[in-house]
Design a protein around this ligand. Structure first.
Ligand code: RAM
Length: 340
């Protein structure tokens, strides 16, 4: 229960004249802006709902803002507007690694705390990044899924989101490094990285184009919730022999997940979505309260999630890793689809 609601109930049941316990939230009166990569993507709506709930229970107000398009330019416009409103913090999922630097530095210079979640702007553009699962851990899970589903060899392709997306490119680089670094992947041939821009229709069209160009394609790996759902439908509706894996929302993948011929996706991954929203909120509040600065080895208590330590990110900046990637398959998809 929201602590403020609890406080009000307790207050209402107390004898008249006795003092009411007023809950002092750790973020009372603080203003936080949460900026997603694009509107209309269930991924951000789910993360934002958890973020908002967690931060508002601590007394903060949260403004969830989406750019007009999934581009850095559109996010710069959003940031310009936010900086003029002087929130206490901005937490952003970046559409580009480097292009937001000047704006985010301007925000920090004005005393606005800058955290990021899902997709990290470069190390100079943020104080800390809340990483849903380690970048290498995600790359490893996906590479092993591709190897397994392809049966050890054959052509595979990546269906990504936008070509500049910081998180997508970090996972793709991790996959390539893992594939090139171990003999066991030598039978796999990555034929193309296609971009569906996190738009359902474009992702569907890109899937169709991949199948046409590479008739022997064995596996598509789509590390985007929008891309994987579009590709899953296209492959399944067309009875394609090409199989799918990647990162998806169980609620959007339930019809397509199964290890038999009827389903296009044997299994895929994501992480604890509610945890991502909550941890991002608590980390941002810890910055606002000067409990952390985002420096390596600092620790803080993320409310009921427990204690977290700030670690070094692959880009030389710092991050807080939520946990491990989670696998969704025919055994757990129904249960998980109820959650996100
Ligand atoms: C899409 C977005 C998001 C990514 C997920 C997995 O919704 O590209 O940034 O984290 O997929």
């Amino acid at each position: 229960m929201n602590k403020k609601v609890l406080s009000a109930i307790l207050c209402g049941t107390m004898i008249v004249g006795a003092a009411c316990p007023v809950f002092a939230g750790t973020a009372d009166g603080k203003k936080i802006a949460l900026v997603g990569k694009s509107a209309g993507n269930a991924f951000f709506e789910i993360a934002a709902a958890s973020f908002k709930e967690a931060a508002e229970a601590e007394g903060a107000t949260v403004d969830v803002v989406y750019p007009e398009t999934a581009t850095a330019d559109a996010q710069i416009k959003v940031l310009d507007n936010l900086i003029s409103q002087q929130p206490d913090a901005i937490c952003i999922a970046a559409n580009d690694v480097n292009a937001l630097q000047a704006k985010l530095e301007e925000a920090m210079a004005e005393g606005i705390k800058v955290s990021s979640f899902d997709s990290a702007p470069n190390k100079d553009s943020r104080q800390v990044f809340v990483n849903q699962a380690g970048t290498v851990a995600v790359g490893q899970a996906l590479m092993d899924a591709v190897l397994d589903i392809a049966g050890g060899e054959g052509q595979w392709a990546i269906l990504s989101a936008t070509s500049q997306a910081a998180n997508q490119n970090a996972w793709i680089d991790a996959m390539k490094t893992i594939m090139e670094g171990d003999e066991k992947y030598s039978g796999l041939e990555l034929v193309e990285v296609a971009y569906g821009d996190d738009e359902p229709q474009k992702s569907t069209d890109q899937t169709a184009a991949l199948l046409e160009k590479y008739p022997d394609l064995k596996v598509i790996c789509a590390p985007t919730t929008v891309g994987i759902a579009a590709a899953a439908k296209y492959l399944q509706d067309n009875g394609s022999a090409c199989k799918l894996t990647g990162l998806g929302l169980p609620s959007e993948m339930i019809e397509y997940t199964g290890a038999d011929d009827e389903h296009s996706c044997p299994y895929f991954y994501l992480w604890d979505m509610q945890g991502l929203g909550k941890l991002s909120a608590y980390a941002t509040i810890a910055l606002v309260n000067d409990e952390i600065t985002g420096a390596l080895d600092e620790t803080f208590t993320a409310s009921d999630l427990g204690e977290y330590t700030i670690t070094e990110a692959d880009d030389g900046g710092t991050e807080i890793v939520l946990g491990l990637p989670l696998q969704f398959n025919s055994d757990n998809i129904e249960e998980m689809a109820k959650l996100y």
